[in-house]
Design a binder for this molecule. Sequence first.
Ligand SMILES: NC(=O)c1ccc[n+]([C@@H]2O[C@H](COP(=O)([O-])OP(=O)(O)OC[C@H]3O[C@@H](n4cnc5c(N)ncnc54)[C@H](OP(=O)(O)O)[C@@H]3O)[C@@H](O)[C@H]2O)c1
Length: 279
Amino acid sequence: MSELYAVIGDPIEHSLSPAMHHFWYETYNMDHHYHAFRVKPDNLKDAVRGMKAIGVKGFNITIPHKINIIPLLDSVDDEAQMLGAVNTVVNRGGKLYGYNTDGLGFLLSLKEEVPEILEQNPKVLIIGAGGAARAVGLTLAKHVKLQQLDITNRTMEKARQLSEECTDLTNTRVLSLQEAKDTLPDYDLIINGTSVGLAPHIDQMPMDITPSERKQVFADLIYRPLKTKWLREAEAQGHIILNGLPMLIYQGALAYKHWFGKLPDAKIMQSFLERKMED
Ligand SMILES: NC(=O)c1ccc[n+]([C@@H]2O[C@H](COP(=O)([O-])OP(=O)(O)OC[C@H]3O[C@@H](n4cnc5c(N)ncnc54)[C@H](OP(=O)(O)O)[C@@H]3O)[C@@H](O)[C@H]2O)c1
């Protein structure tokens, strides 16, 4: 039977989620529909009530509703509670259950694309302390044995808050942007969790890349453009790079798993979305 799934956010018109989920539905011969709804903050409560009323089976939540949706749900799992944000909802018999697949999506992208990094108790630096950096930082701190998790951000107070939240989970410090830049070669994995470099500001970098003798992994949560200036420079210096597209795909794949009980093929999605983004 055909079921309705959705994503709500504002803005929403550039979301890749409808294309991604429809591609999976077609791949697995499912007759479902996934629709993007623009929901203004003032309308969130009515929108969620509407989802229940019309029997939407599951939906994703994106900016700016990931935090404010929590009190509107019947239950929220541990991961989403830790992050204080929900990006996936499952409707089970009229009750709404909230999950968060953002941080786990990033972790899965690391496991699939650069698995060796997770086997060596890595020293990690996160640049940024917004919603995405927070999801990634707390998830790595909780699920990976890290030697160190350092956080830097333009607004130091936000970096301090995130680091404090991680203290029970791992070794963590707050660094100024200058300190982070000076010690960049010490890290095994460096993650840009800021929006610096996001289209259309594609000539910007979150930080200059200090030359290093050894190969490091540079990750960027941004997927528009697919290769930010930060990743291009890191690659030119011989480092391993990872863009934000696998994170987007795996957070979607994990949402799919919440709805249908198994992970869909994420590998076939990569080239499909790359082609879609070129259109
Ligand atoms: N791949 C994925 O699936 C995925 C998922 C979510 C987000 N993302 C990407 O992650 C990025 C961050 O998203 P978000 O939701 O975390 O946004 P957010 O909550 O608004 O956080 C933005 C972050 O970027 C920093 N920043 C913004 N402009 C800056 C500037 N001019 N100079 C220095 N720092 C600046 C902010 O620093 P302050 O704290 O100082 O303002 C903050 O750390 C976006 O590019 C988004 O596309 C990717």
